[in-house]
Design a protein around this ligand. Structure first.
Ligand code: ZN
Length: 282
């Protein structure tokens, strides 16, 4: 099949809450379009990215409509994203996964740069990619943008998993010994098997989650979004004209609401509520 169409960049701000995104008042990202309040299909990084790569963008939780009809309608938006008109709901059958479809059927170069170790290239998320790399630092989107390249011969798909918005909400130039420490909550890199951050707080630990600390952590996530807006400007300068960009999160984050911190094994509105903005720059 002829290799035509838009480049497509899917940017995932890991753990970024919808209201953190709004509070940051990003100016650059808004150039893509209206920021929508949407809902992730999952509350944890790995399943959420799997969903995104199945084409399951965060949803609008529509009422009085069959789920399958909504999904089919939403999926057709990939025509707009990819600058095509021939993509149908059944196009993904039987693999139901975008990267091999983009690569094998539409002639795309497919790349992923990820920040969180649970998405490392050995995991099954890495299917159908020409290149897939876990970045050296968990919180440096600028380093990702500087690795991006595009070809005139074929369109490119880039998945960017961005970690500045993930606990401990640290910017790349902040020394690690100044990162906030929450007792009992493991950082990103300590142990991969300890990565699941979250869970209901138990009595002995609640003293570590004092309201001041939680407020500080939330403010740090807002600050991370403000900072990322400047990196997105670099992304906008990097991508060729015919590039469609989606910016969203894989899930939200809890900052003490109803006794929860983090994400993952949590059933709460705020762990599924995510920002969603997309469009083509010019
Ligand atoms: Zn995540």
């Amino acid at each position: 099949m002829a290799a035509t169409g838009n480049n497509y960049v899917l940017v995932v701000f890991d753990s970024c809450r919808y209201d953190s995104f709004l509070r940051a008042r990003p100016k650059i990202m808004r150039k893509l379009g209206r920021v929508e309040r949407r809902w992730s299909y999952a509350s944890w990084t790995a399943p959420s990215h799997f969903n995104l790569l199945m084409g399951l963008m965060p949803h609008l939780s529509p009422k009085n409509v069959f789920a399958s009809e909504y999904y089919k309608k939403e999926f057709l938006r990939f025509n707009e994203r990819l600058g095509r008109s021939d993509i149908e709901f059944r196009s993904l059958v039987p693999r139901l996964y975008l990267p091999p479809f983009l690569h094998d059927n539409l002639g795309y170069a497919t790349h992923a740069r990820v920040s969180l170790p649970v998405l490392n290239p050995k995991t099954p998320v890495n299917l159908g990619f020409d290149s897939f790399r876990l970045m050296d630092k968990h919180n440096d989107m600028r380093a990702i943008v500087r690795e991006m390249h595009f070809s005139e011969k074929q369109p490119s798909f880039w998945l960017l998993n961005v970690g500045e918005t993930h606990y401990p909400y640290a910017l790349p130039d902040e020394p690690e010994n100044e990162w906030p420490r929450v007792h009992g909550v493991h950082g990103v890199f300590k142990h991969l098997d300890d990565h699941v951050v979250g869970g209901k707080l138990t009595a002995p630990k609640t003293r570590f989650f004092n309201p001041r600390k939680l407020k500080e952590l939330r403010a740090r996530q807002v600050l991370a979004v403000k900072y990322l807006d400047t990196v997105i400007e670099e992304l906008f300068d990097t991508v060729p004209k015919n590039t469609y960009i989606t910016i969203t999160s894989d899930h939200g984050e809890l900052f003490g609401e109803d006794g929860y911190f983090g994400h993952g094994p949590i059933l709460h509105e705020k762990v599924l509520e995510v920002p969603f903005v997309e469009g083509k720059l010019r």
